[in-house]
Every structure is written in structure tokens, then in C-alpha cells.
Design a protein around this ligand. Structure first.
Ligand SMILES: NC(=O)c1ccc[n+]([C@@H]2O[C@H](COP(=O)([O-])OP(=O)(O)OC[C@H]3O[C@@H](n4cnc5c(N)ncnc54)[C@H](OP(=O)(O)O)[C@@H]3O)[C@@H](O)[C@H]2O)c1
Length: 386
């Protein structure tokens, strides 16, 4: 693979995009970024060319991408909020892929999510599936990486669990907490992305790390590592969500959405039988970084404010996140679940059985993960790479 061809990374001043860009630059590649964060600090200086992620001007996007060999796409929005939404992110992603093809981009490495589904009542997982479909039909060769949850410096989700453990007197897990997650180190994901950028085979890869946790096990592990002795109690999901709303108000952020709780509880951050592709263990990394993990709250909305989000982003203005995180479409096979597993305020639509990963069915749900070394083998906690 030639060094002189351009590589493009969306969001190189963001989270995973920064790691992808760093690896490419270290390997001597010429890199451009397409970003909404033109005003954020640029850690790469002159080594990266910066272009706006201007979905409202596809021609300009195409021009920015001209000469680019591989596009690494991290673009997505975490939840539906004022001025941005999953639906809009799907629309924008289509524009991006079209622009990439018109510019002659050969390869697109795309970051998705575990268990995307066109049938999902959850707009995050449904939207991700729609973007994957758009990518597959755009004409470029592609690699789709499906991570569950990322960890590493500047992470939001794991950091904020630690933050809550440090700062709140009690930690509530939604329901029984036995649904699972397979976190991957952000640098492992970035390395995988760059490796995939070097090939031309179409691929869809479960980008999961070496440890599987139950949600409760994850919270307990983090609590133990950072030395936060707090009661960790099961709460009905609606109560956990309500508490999350209060915390969100306190910190000026969206702490967690109903869609995220439902996705977690439906085991959508878990893939049965998938081989880990990440090497760094969350438990090792957290132990190395136990003093800083969760010291400060990591705010999604503050990062968007930093990015000076463009008003040109289309989408309905919303007063809050949640109606739209899980709004069913006509024909969705979701069923109402106002008082059963989730217990979230109605109307709550739960994904169909067909969408749920096989292992998430009742019976297997209560099993403890077999490959959680933090429980099975404390000696396995070796030093992490960062
Ligand atoms: N973080 C996780 O734990 C996790 C877990 C599973 C899957 N993923 C997937 O991995 C990919 C990258 O995630 P990340 O955490 O690395 O993302 P990120 O850096 O926060 O954002 C990636 C890109 O999306 C843009 N973006 C994010 N929110 C936006 C908003 N509200 N409005 C407009 N643009 C927005 C960013 O804009 P800027 O250019 O302004 O930075 C950046 O270009 C995403 O597709 C995500 O779904 C992440």
C-alpha cells in the first residue's frame, strides 16, 4: 500500500478518530480530517489537513475527499437531542458515502455497533443498520467494525460509571444487571481500523475486547479498582432512568437515555460466540489509571458545545432525548413493555425476539460470564499498554 495516497478520518479531534489519525500519521500516511470540531485543539498540527464535515454542501465534501484512498468513518451521534438525531445521522452518512464514491475513495472503514438491526425499535441500533446498508451499496470496498463499548482516555461511558461511583452515595444498576458488555480498548479498535484500511476485502467484524462483563460485574469491578466502597443496588430501570435525569440536570448533560438502558438490558452490547479482537483488558487499563478514572465528569454535550455544532445540521428541534430514542416505526415488531423487564415509563417498546442475540434469551441471562478474568483470575491483571 502506498504512503503518498491520502487517508481521511472523520472526527480526528474526537475520540476514536484521534487514535486512528495518530496511527496513520505515525505510519507516515498523509491524513486529512473531516470534522465538526474546527475549533477544538488540533494535536497533530500541520500533519493533518482539516476540512469541515459539511453535510449541507456535498460538493465541498467531495472536493475534500478527492485523492483519498481510504476513509475511516467514525461519524455518528450518541442520542437524539436538540438539533441532532439518529435519523439525521443516517441521512448525513448517506451523503458522506456518496461524496466519497464520487471523489473516487476506494475503501471505507466504518465504525458501527454490536447488533445493529433494521427491525430494531431503538433508533440507535436501527440507524446503525441503515448506515451499514448504505455503506454496502455505495460501491466502495468496506470494513464494518462493530464495537460494544470503548474505553481509554477521553472515554465517556466507563469514565462516568467511575465518576458516579466516586461522587454518589449509592449506585443503582438497572434491573438484575446480568446483561453483558464486551468493552474494547480504543487503541485496539484504532489499530484494527487501520489494518482494515490496508486491505480490500469486504468484512464485518465484531470489534470486541477480551473481557466480558455483566453490567453489575463491570460496576463492581470498577468500584473495587478505584476503591469506591458504595452500595451497588438493583433498581427498576425507570428509577435508574429518573436518577440519570437528575444527574444529567446537575452536570448539564444527558447522563443516559432510555434507549441506552433498553439496549443494554436487551444484551445488545454482547455478541455470543465472537472471538475478541482487542487485546487490552479493561480491568488492567482501569487499574493503571485508577487515580484519574472518573475524577472528572465527561460531558457529551460539553464536547458538542466545544465543537460549535453547525446550525446547518438538519433535523427537528427536540426538547429532550428520549421519545425518539425508541420510537417505533410503522410495522416495527416491537412489543409494549411498560411494566415487565424494562419497567420504563410507558409507552416503552421492546425489541422483538428475532432481534435479540440468541444468548440473551432467558435462561442464559443469569449466567456469570466465563471469561471475566477479574473474577476468575485476579493474577491475570497484567499492566496495560497505556
Ligand atoms: N464511544 C463508545 O463507547 C462507542 C461504543 C460503540 C460504538 N461506538 C461507535 O464508534 C464511533 C465513534 O465513536 P466515538 O465515541 O469515537 O465518537 P466521537 O469522537 O464522539 O464522534 C465521532 C464523529 O461524530 C461526530 N459527532 C458526534 N456527535 C455529534 C453530534 N451530536 N453532532 C454532530 N457530529 C457529531 C464527531 O464530530 P466532531 O468532528 O465534532 O468531533 C466526530 O466527527 C461511532 O460510530 C459510535 O457509534 C462508540
Amino acid at each position: 500500500m502506498t504512503n503518498y495516497r491520502l487517508h481521511a478520518v472523520t472526527g480526528a479531534f474526537g475520540y476514536s478518530g484521534k487514535h486512528i489519525a495518530r496511527i496513520l500519521i505515525e505510519r507516515g500516511r498523509q491524513v486529512i480530517t473531516l470534522t465538526n470540531s474546527l475549533h477544538k485543539p488540533n494535536p497533530f498540527g500541520q500533519r493533518i489537513r482539516v476540512h469541515p464535515l459539511c453535510f449541507d454542501d456535498p460538493k465541498r465534501l467531495t472536493e475534500a475527499l478527492r485523492g483519498v484512498e481510504t476513509l475511516y468513518n467514525t461519524y455518528w451521534v450518541r442520542f437524539n437531542y436538540r438539533g441532532f438525531s439518529h435519523e439525521q445521522a443516517v441521512h448525513n452518512s448517506r451523503i458522506l458515502f456518496r461524496a466519497a464514491r464520487e471523489a473516487g475513495v476506494e475503501r471505507i472503514v466504518h465504525i458501527s455497533i454490536t447488533n445493529p438491526s433494521l427491525d430494531s425499535p431503538l433508533s440507535y441500533f436501527r440507524g446503525k443498520a441503515q448506515v451499514e446498508e448504505a455503506l454496502k451499496s455505495c460501491g466502495a470496498s468496506y470494513a464494518i467494525l462493530r464495537p460494544a463499548v470503548l474505553f481509554g482516555h477521553e472515554d465517556i461511558l466507563i469514565n462516568n460509571i467511575a465518576w458516579a461511583l466516586r461522587h454518589l452515595p449509592i449506585f443503582g444498576v438497572f434491573g438484575d444487571g446480568q446483561y453483558r458488555l464486551q468493552p474494547i480498548f480504543v487503541q485496539d479498535l484504532a489499530q484494527l481500523a487501520v489494518a482494515q484500511g490496508e486491505t480490500r476485502d469486504n468484512a464485518t467484524i465484531h470489534a470486541i475486547g477480551p473481557e466480558t462483563y455483566t453490567y453489575r460485574g463491570l460496576v463492581e469491578t470498577i468500584a473495587e479498582i478505584i476503591g469506591a466502597r458504595r452500595p451497588i443496588v438493583s433498581v427498576p430501570p425507570w428509577l435508574g432512568y429518573a436518577a440519570g435525569r437528575v444527574i444529567g440536570k446537575m452536570v448539564g448533560d444527558v447522563f443516559i437515555t432510555r434507549g441506552e438502558i433498553e439496549g443494554l438490558m436487551a444484551d445488545l452490547l454482547y455478541v455470543e460466540g465472537a472471538e475478541p479482537v482487542g487485546r487490552v483488558r479493561l480491568s488492567d487499563w482501569a487499574r493503571t489509571h485508577r487515580h484519574e478514572l472518573g475524577r472528572d465528569y465527561a460531558s457529551e454535550l460539553a464536547r458538542r458545545a466545544d465543537a460549535k455544532m453547525k446550525q446547518t445540521d438538519r433535523g427537528r428541534t427536540r426538547s429532550d432525548t428520549d421519545e425518539n430514542d425508541r420510537r417505533p416505526r410503522t410495522g416495527d415488531r416491537g412489543r409494549t413493555l411498560s411494566s415487565s423487564r424494562s419497567g420504563l415509563p410507558s409507552p416503552v417498546y421492546f425489541q422483538s425476539k428475532q432481534h435479540r442475540p440468541a444468548a440473551s434469551k432467558r435462561g442464559s441471562r443469569r449466567r456469570k460470564p466465563a471469561n471475566n478474568p477479574t473474577r476468575a483470575n485476579p493474577a491475570a491483571r497484567a499492566k496495560s499498554r497505556e
